[in-house]
Ligand binder design. Structure first.
Ligand SMILES: *[C@@H]1O[C@H](CO)[C@@H](O)[C@H](O)[C@H]1NC(C)=O
Length: 188
């Protein structure tokens, strides 16, 4: 349901990319918590194989620390809230407590549809730590005067690693919520 409502973002992206660039973007980047918002951007382009879809999960204090929310990157398949998807769980299938500085990403599961897109390999997944997200948040605030939400800051943080690997002039769209004002308490 959330994907359906948020899918206006993907449709708008297609329209604006057409106007600005006369074509499709090369890469779409969004943070992934439970995945429904990210799908709002991705859904429109799932059938456009030449458009890379990149999801960035929260690595929290580091993937080895056990304090993260990287369900798709390091979790495995289980059942939670009645549906099968990727989960942070222990050997007995008990849910592990997630962590992220971006509270919207702090969830031990992820939606079935984005789990499916991991299975098919259509969406690539990477992670950014709390620290990297905070740094990206500060940087966008200073450079653009946009205070990104700490959730979206994870997607922005991944640009540091992504962009040097792309060809010159590659067209990258990052889904960015500018509601970082809600996170000021976590930043100071
Ligand atoms: C994408 O951007 C919109 C608009 O700011 C926001 O509502 C949504 O939460 C964002 N989704 C992700 C995955 O960042």
């Amino acid at each position: 349901m959330v994907r359906e409502f948020q899918s206006v973002i993907g449709k708008e992206t297609r329209r604006q990319a057409n106007q600005l660039w006369g074509g499709k973007p090369d890469v779409l980047v969004a943070c992934v918590g439970s995945g429904s918002n990210a799908l709002g951007l991705f859904h429109e382009f799932v059938g456009d194989e030449e458009v890379r879809l990149v999801g960035v999960e929260a690595a929290g204090l580091g993937l080895d620390s056990g304090k993260h929310s990287a369900t798709l990157s390091v979790g495995d398949v289980g059942v939670y809230h009645g549906s099968m998807s990727y989960l942070l769980q222990d050997d007995q299938g008990q849910i592990l407590r997630p962590h992220s500085i971006g509270v919207g990403l702090e969830y031990p599961g992820v939606g079935p549809e984005i789990s499916f897109l991991k299975e098919t390999g259509r969406v690539e997944f990477y992670t950014a730590t709390d620290k990297e997200a905070i740094h990206a948040c500060m940087l966008l605030s200073r450079l653009e005067g946009i205070i990104p939400a700490l959730e979206a800051s994870h997607a922005l943080a991944f640009l540091d690693k992504l962009v040097p690997t792309l060809h010159d002039g590659a067209k990258v769209v990052v889904n960015c919520s500018g509601r970082g004002d809600k996170d000021i308490d976590a930043l100071i």
